[in-house]
Structure formats: structure tokens, C-alpha cells
Ligand binder design. Structure first.
Ligand SMILES: O=C1C[C@@](O)(C(=O)O)C[C@@H](O)[C@@H]1O
Length: 263
């Protein structure tokens, strides 16, 4: 029996407690485009905004990234900001060296502008350690991410990966995989349930991507997934539902309160 789940609080939003939190990504190439995307989120019940900085045109210029981050944070006010630089290996747009990746994430973690930082779990170990250390020093929780756009690994492999993320000290453990069949979607959901019930002491986020996996984005709360990614305008990964329909489905399922107590 694992320890109880310790929620991660970002600007008062408890990830891992209550219903799954709705995350929407902004992917603008410029600060103006990012602010326009943020403005379009108003009134849609978004709990957390993810800045997919890998789409930002001036990614290589740290000062420009910081300047955009200042404007985004000011515009978001009370809404927490998750900072993510997704590289091409994990389905993103950034082609970036391990050293530049570490500097970017460590600088943003230390900037006071972002509330959570995403780290690709399979990246160069030294880069991951640098980001973790900077985030720890500034009290910023870190989300570990792993993507497989080609397949859904076996249940035991998904659970082992989530356990390894937890053991490595990440605050939130996230896995996104691609299903090729309905059975794959069930595998992801069952791996999430197993992790949540038997191993996890911190929030998990999991999803089965693409149209086949949509049900996991709606009903993941039932098996212990603490957040779900929806979209306003443009999806940041295949299979995301429009945020209004996503929130309506979550309300209908009331998935947060349906998570069975462990033990
Ligand atoms: O890791 C994730 C999850 C995601 O890939 C999805 O499938 O919704 C979308 C990404 O923007 C985010 O960083």
C-alpha cells in the first residue's frame, strides 16, 4: 500500500486532488500570438495553461523567451503556467542541444514566471538533473514526461516507467502513448489504475492519444489521472478535445469524486 497521494499545489490549484484539472496549451510563434491565445481561453474553465515554448520563434534567445514569459504570466494572473519545451523526439518542434535545453528550463524555473516545469524523462541525465536542481532551489514542481507516438507499451512497462519517474523525485509523472487498438486504450487505463492504486504517492497524468484514445482524456480521472489536456483553437497533440466539450464530459462523469478509495 503506497503513501497517500500528496497533491501538488500551483497558485492554489491542487493537482492530484478532486476532479482532473483541465490544461490547455498555447503554441504561438510570437508574444502577440501567445497573448491572443491566452485571451481566447477566458471563460472556458481552464485550470492550467501550458506554454509549449518549442513553437516560439525566438526560442534560441533566452532574453526573448523571458520577455514573453513576463507578458504571459502577467496576462494569466491567477492561472498557473506550465513551461514545456517539447523536442522533436517527443513530438514537439524544438531541435535543441542538451545543454541549451537544460539552460532554458533551469532559467525559466528560476525566473519566478512559471509555476511548473516539464522535463522529458528520457533526455540526457545531466540536463534533467540541472533542471531538477534549479526547480528545487526555487520551489517549482517538475512534471516528468514520456511520449510514445508509435505504440502503447505493455502495462508492466508503463507502470515501471511511472515508478521510475516517481523514484527519481519528479513531482508529477506523465505518460502519453499511442493506441493501435481498443485493447491498447484499456492497457493505458489499466496501467494508470495499477499505478494509482498500488504504487503512486504523487499525481499522475496519463493519456492514450489520437481519436481512439479520446475516452482516456475524458475518463482518466476514474483510474487516477490528475489532469487532462484539451484545446482551444489548435491541438498540441493528437486526440485533444475542444475544452468546452471536455469540461462538459468531466462534469457529466464527475470523475474526480468517482475515484475509488484505495485499500
Ligand atoms: O505531454 C503533454 C500531453 C500532450 O502530449 C497530449 O497528448 O495531450 C500535449 C502536450 O502539449 C503536453 O506537453
Amino acid at each position: 500500500m503506497p503513501a497517500p497521494i500528496t497533491p501538488v499545489h500551483v497558485k492554489g490549484t491542487p493537482i492530484g486532488e478532486g476532479r482532473p484539472k483541465i490544461v490547455v496549451s498555447v503554441t504561438g510563434r510570437t508574444t502577440a500570438a501567445l497573448l491572443e491565445q491566452v485571451d481566447a481561453l477566458a471563460g472556458h474553465g481552464v485550470d492550467i495553461v501550458e506554454w509549449r515554448v518549442d513553437h516560439f520563434g525566438a526560442l534560441a534567445d533566452l532574453e526573448s523567451v523571458l520577455a514573453a514569459g513576463r507578458e504571459l504570466a502577467a496576462r494569466l494572473a491567477d492561472i498557473p503556467l506550465l513551461f514545456t519545451c517539447r523536442t522533436s523526439a517527443e513530438g514537439g518542434a524544438a531541435e535543441i542541444s542538451a545543454a541549451a535545453y537544460a539552460t532554458l528550463n533551469a532559467t525559466l524555473a528560476a525566473s519566478g514566471l512559471v509555476d511548473l516545469v516539464d522535463v522529458e524523462y528520457e533526455r540526457d541525465g545531466a540536463a534533467v538533473e540541472r533542471v531538477l536542481a534549479a526547480a528545487r532551489a526555487h520551489g517549482v514542481p517538475v512534471v516528468a514526461s514520456y511520449h510514445d507516438f508509435g505504440k502503447t507499451p505493455a502495462r508492466g512497462e508503463i507502470v515501471a516507467r511511472l515508478c521510475a519517474m516517481q523514484e527519481a523525485g519528479f513531482d508529477v509523472c506523465k505518460i502519453a502513448v499511442m493506441p493501435r487498438s481498443a485493447a491498447d486504450v484499456l492497457t493505458l487505463l489499466d496501467a494508470t489504475r495499477t499505478m494509482h492504486e498500488d504504487h503512486a504517492d504523487r499525481p499522475l497524468i496519463t493519456m492514450s492519444m489520437g481519436p481512439l484514445g479520446l475516452v482516456s482524456r475524458l475518463a482518466g480521472g476514474l483510474v487516477g489521472s490528475a489532469a487532462t489536456f484539451g484545446m482551444v483553437g489548435e491541438a498540441s497533440a493528437p486526440g485533444q478535445a475542444p475544452v468546452d466539450e471536455l469540461s462538459a464530459a468531466l462534469r457529466l462523469l464527475d470523475a474526480g469524486s468517482a475515484v475509488p478509495a484505495r485499500g
